[in-house]
Design a protein around this ligand. Structure first.
Ligand SMILES: [Zn+2]
Length: 91
């Protein structure tokens, strides 16, 4: 993360929404959600859930060049793929 309250933290990207260039990072940018009891007698609970952040604010370590880089996207046929902005290999 490059900004916000989780600046400097590291985490694993667990989901990418290529449609709006956001990513979900394990353990980062958590929001607390109240779950209501579904049945009577059951307790409501609070769960933490990761919230998607803009991919442009995320620094990643590229697997192929080993450098800290930014996520880029490129269109490959019908697919949008994530690429390392330094070496342009897929990440
Ligand atoms: Zn790279």
């Amino acid at each position: 993360m490059l900004g916000g309250k989780d600046k400097g933290k590291k985490g694993k990207i667990i989901h990418v929404f290529s449609s709006n260039n956001t990513v979900v990072i394990e353990g980062l940018n958590l929001i607390k959600k109240h779950l209501r009891a579904k049945k009577q007698g059951q307790k409501g609970q609070i769960v933490s859930k990761e919230r998607a952040v803009s991919a442009s604010g995320v620094a990643i370590i590229c697997k192929s060049c080993g450098k800290q880089t930014r996520l880029g996207f490129k269109i490959d046929g019908d697919n949008k793929v994530r690429i390392c902005k330094k070496c342009e290999s897929e990440v």
